[in-house]
Design a protein around this ligand. Structure first.
Ligand code: C2E
Ligand code: MG
Ligand code: MG
Length: 745
């Protein structure tokens, strides 16, 4: 029985109960329509009588129970819906028709109103609270019922739906939001992959497990010439060039099956039939169960790379300037020739060619002219040899010829002779006529060496002998030459060490003027205290210094030291007309020669007239076009020029007119035997006469005796140099010698 029903015995409350029951019965009747009675037809007593029977109360209780159960079910359903509502992977916002928020779920709060609670949203206007209202407002309007928008850096898809009442009026609007951010990112990734696939420079080919082509990219089509349509469904075998053995492909598949990867160079055939080199990698793709699903092949066209490689290969084996085989390739050819000759018991010849006077041209006219000369030399050499011979350039002005399949010994010197003649012909380079010549050393296999190293070394030794014996010719190797080469090498090393350790010194030999009765000048002469036995004097080591090109640094040192000492002498009160310094051809040819001397004069504040350069006739005669410009420049500074060892060189005296010469130094070979030797006496007298006629000074060198002195004074020469007065002395001794002259004689 329900708790709020009054007990029947309580009459005071009975009326109230009757009213209550009547109302309830009416309700019941109305609701159920099952009883044959209507409440107003019953009087109170009947009702009360009825009540004890319990009909009304029972029914009422039943109905209340039923209602309670229904309420309970409803509450449960609501909770369930709430739980589902909150568990949804979508945000839901329910809005009333008047735009106030009726409800929203957990995700809606998290996504859109992280700072608000659900309660604070309820009753507020939806559009106001949405910071992204503009986006949402489009929903339901012209924007349709679905809408994509971005909020807080994320992508959302919104769906709007309406709940209508029985009359079709809008009761609620439900907004559902889905987060599309991940999906969008995945789509973007896919798009990116597609772009990469389409635009990468590498060709990509994908085949299925049966190795049928399922996809190729644009680059693959471009490289192979096949469009995608003509490849799909086919076996990549159609690209095979036929250049690889079946074993090549077997090995490739074996490796693929074992390691799921293969990489290598491969030649394929393009659609137009040409063969191209490719760098190819193949990767096997497997599913989760380990089953092969695809192969991905990536190819790079390495045609260009191969070309570069072979170009580099060429460069590594050839001389860039002349295109001739370089030392590396030549040595290789020589080794091959050795193998063939040993096998066939045949012989071959090796010519070691060194250009005469090339360094001189290179230094004085510049590398550009030098290079052109070398190219022309290479051309002439190649024109002379047969196809079976090899011409190589070992570096600098050194060339080699390997002459194979030689029938007769004589053929080799014959070729050498032709080469000498060919290189003797003038070289006309950029309008200038240049004269070179060459020295050639010859070795024959097997007589002159059994391996490449010895054959080359001995040919080099023979070439040196050719140079020593006057150049412009050839010499066949002989055993006695090999020692002199070794000797030369060790000397060269000793010289380099001496330059490094500054082991050289200068001594000074007085030049006296007997008319004026005083020392007028000093000739600086180099000394090498630590010189190896046998080459102590400069006459012996200077030619070697010239050959090794150490003459340029050593010569510069001599000039600087001589000028420094001259300055110190003057500071100490020793007045000389000039200091005389010997100059070699290579120094004169060097581009820095004239500017270098000018700078030294400036450095020591010495007037140019106080410096005399001694040049031999041979130096001057070599190439007047080369030595003239620097000498003229120096002459502008007042520098004096003397011809040293006059009379021993070429006989042409034309240069005396073309060059700014001040002084002729009569070689001591003419002085030595005078006055006894009438022809020497005549020559000495003639030189002195020539000097006077040309307005030049004359100095006689190598005066040792009073008779020599008397004769020379008699023919008008009063400037002397020789042991009769003094040997070359250290600078201090020289100064005191001068101070005591002439009593020191
Ligand atoms: P040179 O320029 O003709 O020098 C004269 C040489 O004759 C010197 O020999 C000197 O000592 C020697 N001499 C002088 N008077 C007499 C004498 O009365 N009798 C004899 N028998 N000899 C005499 P040295 O110093 O041995 O020099 C030899 C050559 O070496 C020089 O001949 C010169 O051509 C060269 N030389 C010396 N120093 C240098 C240098 O610094 N640079 C260059 N490029 N060459 C140099
Ligand atoms: Mg001299
Ligand atoms: Mg001399």
């Amino acid at each position: 029985m329900p708790a709020d029903l009054p007990p029947p015995a309580d009459r005071a409350r009975q009326q109230a109960a009757i009213g209550y029951i009547r109302a309830k019965v009416d309700q019941l009747l109305g609701l159920m329509g099952t009883l044959p009675l209507r409440a107003e037809e019953l009087d109170d007593d009947t009702l009360i009588e009825l009540d004890p029977i319990g009909i009304v109360a029972d029914s009422f209780a039943q109905i209340l129970t039923h209602l309670e159960e229904t309420n309970h079910d409803l509450a449960l359903a609501r909770k369930q819906i709430r739980a589902i509502f909150d568990a949804l992977e979508a945000a839901v916002i329910v809005v009333n028709p008047d735009d106030t928020v009726a409800d929203c779920n957990r995700l809606a709060l998290t996504w859109f109103f992280p700072d608000e609670g659900c309660a604070s949203l309820n009753g507020r206007r939806f559009m106001e609270i949405c910071s992204h209202g503009a986006s949402l407002r489009a929903l339901g309007g012209d924007g349709g019922r679905e809408y994509d928008f971005q909020f807080g850096g994320r992508h959302y898809h919104a769906i709007m739906s309406e709940i209508l009442d029985a009359d079709g009026r809008r009761e609620k609007i439900v907004y559902l939001f889905f987060d599309l951010t991940r999906q969008k990112a995945a789509e973007a990734n896919l798009h990116l992959y597609a772009q990469v696939f389409d635009h990468t420079g590498e060709g990509i080919l994908i085949t299925d497990a049966d190795n049928r082509i399922v996809e190729v990219n644009a680059a693959f089509s471009r490289i192979t010439g096949y469009d995608a349509a003509s490849l799909l469904g086919r076996d990549p075998k159609l690209l095979q060039s036929g250049l690889h053995e079946p074993a090549f492909y077997d090995a490739m598949w074996r490796e693929l099956n074992e390691n799921d990867f293969w990489k290598g160079e491969i030649y394929d055939r393009t659609r137009d039939g040409s063969v191209i080199p490719l760098l190819q990698s193949i990767t096997v793709v497997r599913d989760e169960g380990g089953r092969k699903t695809h192969h991905i092949a990536i190819i790079t066209d390495i045609t260009h790379l191969k070309e570069t490689q072979s170009r580099l290969d060429f460069l590594a084996h050839h001389d860039v300037l002349t295109g001739l085989p370089n030392r590396l390739l030549f040595s290789d050819r020589l080794e091959q020739a050795l193998i063939r000759a040993k096998r066939d018991c045949s012989m071959f010849g090796l010519l070691f060619i060194d250009l005469d006077r090339f360094k001189y041209i290179n230094d004085s006219l510049g590398h550009h002219i030098g290079d052109l000369v070398l190219v022309e030399v290479a051309r002439r050499l190649q024109a002379l040899v047969r196809r079976s011979d090899t011409v190589g350039r070992l570096g600098g002005d050194e060339f080699v010829v390997l002459m194979e399949q030689v029938a007769r010994h004589e053929d080799i010197p014959l070729l050498a002779g032709k080469i000498v003649t060919a290189l003797r012909l003038p070289f006309v380079i950029e309008g200038q006529e240049l004269h070179l010549g060459c020295s050639i050393g010859i070795t024959l296999f097997p007589e002159d060496g059994l391996d490449a190293v010895n054959l080359l070394k001995n040919a080099d030794a023979a070439m040196y002998r050719a140079k020593e014996s006057g150049r412009d010719g050839y010499v066949r190797f002989s055993l006695d030459l090999s020692d002199s080469v070794d000797e030369k090498l060790s000397l060269e090393n000793a010289l380099r060490g001496a330059v490094r350790r500054e082991e050289f010194t200068l001594h000074y030999q007085p030049i006296v003027d007997l008319e004026r009765g005083r020392v007028i000048a000093a000739e600086a002469l180099i000394r090498w205290p630590g010189a190896p036995v046998g080459i102590e004097g400069p006459a012996r080591f200077i030619p070697l210094v010239e050959e090794t090109r150490l003459i340029v640094p050593i010569g510069t040192w001599v000039l600087r030291e001589a000028l420094r000492v001259f300055r110190d002498w003057r500071a100490a009160g020793l007045e000389l007309d000039y200091i005389s310094v010997n100059i070699s051809a290579a120094q004169l040819a060097h581009v820095d020669f004239a500017p270098g001397i000018a700078a030294l004069l400036d450095e020591f504040a010495i007037d140019g007239t106080h410096l005399q350069l001694e040049l031999t006739e041979n130096v001057l005669m070599r190439d007047i076009t080369i030595c003239r410009p620097p000498l003229l420049r120096l002459r502008e500074r007042g520098v004096r020029i003397a011809i040293d060892d006059f009379g021993t060189g070429y006989s042409s005296l034309a240069y005396l007119k073309q060059l700014p010469i001040d002084n002729l130094k009569i070689d001591r070979s003419f002085v030595h035997d005078i006055p006894g030797d009438p022809s020497d006496a005549a020559i000495a007298a003639a030189i002195i006469g020539l000097a006077h006629t040309l307005g030049l000074e004359a100095i006689a060198e190598g005066i040792e005796t009073a008779a020599q002195e008397a004769f020379l004074l008699g023919v008008g020469c009063h400037r002397m140099q020789g042991f009769r007065y003094a040997r070359a002395l250290p600078s201090d001794a020289f100064a005191s010698y001068c101070a005591n002259f002439p009593t020191s004689i």
